[in-house]
Design a protein around this ligand. Structure first.
Ligand SMILES: [Zn+2]
Length: 361
């Protein structure tokens, strides 16, 4: 069992518990595996060797009658086999051998996954707990699924290897009730298929994605609010995703029959609804607007151009407006671009404030 470190498989690895605590258990399990194999071998040889030697001696005498190789082997086996069977040595070897093998597999899987995880964390420059946080969010949003899990107990060296999409979830060793260490391999759902634009969780996904990725880049907690409700002039206004610090807002708009032809009347009704929303955003000082839709890319392009013209004409304002069509790839690309530009602004701000404090001192 091995997973190549260069694996192109989109996988993530979660680690729960104190991994240093199980060093002894791993040594013990590995040691137990080695010693029990050695013990088994010596038991086997003890039972086997005297009989083998005497049989060979006898066979040599008999061999003066020029036995064929096959005959010699048959004689040896006929003398040795009953002895082995009587002692049930073979069953013992098979059952104990399988047992030690599963220990070895569990440890190998654990170590392989641990290396994979360390490589990923190193490559993404995430902090350990940020990586876990991102994983939990992705899991909650059904974007990743568990495939393989190994738990090892630091106290009694009990272990559990589960190949399952629904592995047992326990932070505690069932044998001695100690807190044990669990490593889980997750695979990403093919092409983020779960991330349907129709999904009501879209604001939650967008905020989680922005938050975790930004944290990984700039190490500051930026306030990002999914499904925010604001009170504007005594009227309630809903914002799907609101980032006050950057005057940025997301509107997630799902249309029925999104694929239908964009007729003039249909276009007008869509524009009217969005125009109202954009005006609300402008009232609270938002000047970066992203509208995530389930429209085909041609329609979203038309919509973006018309909306931008309307805003520029009516408000004489420079508004950064983007309409995203209903495909995951464009959505992720757009979010990644936003993350990069926000990260740049943040690091500029940080270096500026550092400079000011230097000059001030
Ligand atoms: Zn235990």
């Amino acid at each position: 069992m091995s997973i190549s470190r260069e694996t192109p498989l989109p996988v993530l690895v979660s680690l729960q518990g104190n991994v240093q605590s199980i060093d002894m258990s791993i040594d013990l399990l590995e040691g137990r595996t080695k010693t029990s194999i050695a013990v088994l071998l010596s038991q086997f040889m003890k039972a086997f060797m005297p009989k083998l030697l005497s049989t060979i001696k006898q066979a040599r005498k008999v061999n003066t009658r020029k036995m064929s190789k096959e005959e010699l082997l048959a004689t040896l086996l006929s003398k040795i086999m009953p002895e082995l069977e009587a002692k049930r040595t073979i069953e013992k070897i098979i059952s104990e051998g399988a047992f030690t093998l599963s220990e070895l597999i569990a440890i190998t899987v654990f170590k392989t996954l641990q290396n994979l995880r360390e490589d990923q964390i190193h490559a993404t420059s995430y902090h350990d707990n940020e990586y876990e946080e991102m994983l939990m969010l992705l899991k909650r949003l059904d974007i990743i699924k568990p495939r393989l899990q190994v738990s090892i107990c630091p106290r009694c060296a009990n272990y559990l290897l589960a190949i399952s999409s629904y592995p047992p979830h326990s932070a505690i060793c069932p044998k001695c009730r100690s807190e044990w260490v669990t490593i889980t391999l997750y695979t990403i759902a093919p092409s983020l298929a779960k991330l349907k634009i129709e999904n009501a969780d879209l604001p939650v996904f967008i905020s989680a994605y922005l938050k975790t990725k930004l944290m990984g880049k700039v190490f500051t907690d930026i306030k990002i609010h999914p499904n925010a409700v604001l009170n504007i002039n005594n009227k309630k206004a809903e914002i799907d995703v609101y980032i006050p610090e950057f005057n940025m807002a997301f509107e997630c708009k799902v249309f029925e029959n999104a694929g239908a032809r964009l007729t003039r009347s249909r276009l007008h009704s869509i524009i009217d609804k969005l125009k109202f929303k954009i005006e609300t955003f402008l009232k609270i000082g938002v000047n970066k607007i992203v509208i995530a839709t389930n429209l085909p890319s041609k329609s979203s392009e038309i919509l973006e151009n018309i909306l931008r013209d309307i805003i520029t004409d009516k408000y004489m304002k420079d508004v950064d407006l983007k309409v995203i069509p209903g495909d995951e790839v464009t959505l992720i690309e757009t979010l990644d671009n936003i993350i990069n530009s926000l990260a740049e602004i943040i690091s500029k701000k940080i270096s500026k404030s550092l400079r000011i404090s230097f000059e001030g001192s």
